[in-house]
Design a protein around this ligand. Sequence first.
Ligand code: GDP
Length: 432
Amino acid sequence: LPVLAVVGRPNVGKSTLVNRILGRREAVTEDKPGVTRDRVSYPAEWAGRRFTLVDTGGWEVDVAGIDARVAEQAEIAISLADAVVFVVDAVVGPTDTDERVVRLLRRSGKPVVLCANKVDGASGEADAMNLWSLGLGEPYPVSALHGRGTGDLLEAAMNVLPTESAHGELRPEGPRRVALVGRPNVGKSSLLNKIAGSQRVVVDEIAGTTRDPVDELVLLKGVPWWFVDTAGIRRRVHQTRGADFYASLRTQAAIEKAEVAVVLLDASVPLTEQDTRVLSQVVDAGRALVIAYNKWDLMDDDRRRYLEREIDKELVQLQWAERVNVSARTGWHTERLVPVLERALASWDRRIPTGRLNAFLGELVAAHPHPLRGGKQSRILFATQASTRPPRFVLFATGFIEAGYRRFIERRLREEFGFEGTPIEISVRVRE
Ligand code: GDP
């Protein structure tokens, strides 16, 4: 899905706007300065268009050096976005920090819609017009608090947002792109160091590669892979407040650029909420997934038994993802990553011919029809794989298809066709 990022300095009303777009209220109460959330992206929909909304408002800290940090954060958000809503406080007017973000926006070349927020009364219109001076085109007067003007703003955003994510169309030729992600201290940098080793790759040797300075080419068994956005791994972030949010934003950036993500978990301690969130970030982004349990050198029988129960309980929705157990410290089993990555990518790329798909589904739905509801029987008439990377299926049906039945179909599709290591999407279109 295309990514729309909401960017701006603290307290301009980004989170309020995000809540408006998502049509929810709950986070408004959290909207006090200094309160951090660490979720950064949400599935969103506007006028029938689906997209991923990235909220950078979770990290509003009142510390020295804020200006530089706002810029750094904005830069990450802009890099992962396909279009940006830049929020400025119309009452305050443009500040130096705003100007700084404007420069980043210009350099990125990404489409921008300028939101002049806090235009609560008629007099605010004039304030909004002052923002023409930023050189980002027409300022859209908005009151995120009251909802005013958000419709026009979003319409403008939808007009510039591409229908497909640029990262989603990563070309299949050239080295494949992998994100190494996981919460702080699971061992990402240790693993990267272990597998990248002393092997330094001269980038020019690989034809047709454009290098993003935060990406790193790593040879695994002689084959080059792009490890994307490794800067966040190499450069330790030393900060207390907002560190989780920052890590989440980095993670999102890496996932958006990658085709497959290795989510690193610490096998020696219980799974945390942050671990689960990283896993959902990958699935929601529609990327192939490999789960790697690190610190296996610390395991004993008790811990191993506990872990098995935990996997059955907490990761039951992700049974399709392959798991590898490794030790970044000793290097144990790190060579097993490559075949698992390759399998996940093969599934991610897989296309099932329409004939085969329908032959299979025809038999399946004949043997297991959709449950009767109110005397009515929905039937699946036809199915097609609308896309790969990840595989997306569209079912054409005569009526409403229940979520449970959809999951049943997904399970059977996986049993029949594999798809180990990739999320798959199933949507339903009802034909009268
Ligand atoms: P990151 O924040 O995910 O990049 O984690 P680091 O790579 O900085 O590792 C965090 C801590 O875990 C460090 O003290 C590492 O030495 C330690 N560590 C990483 N991998 C392993 C491992 O496989 N086994 C053990 N015992 N410790 C590890």
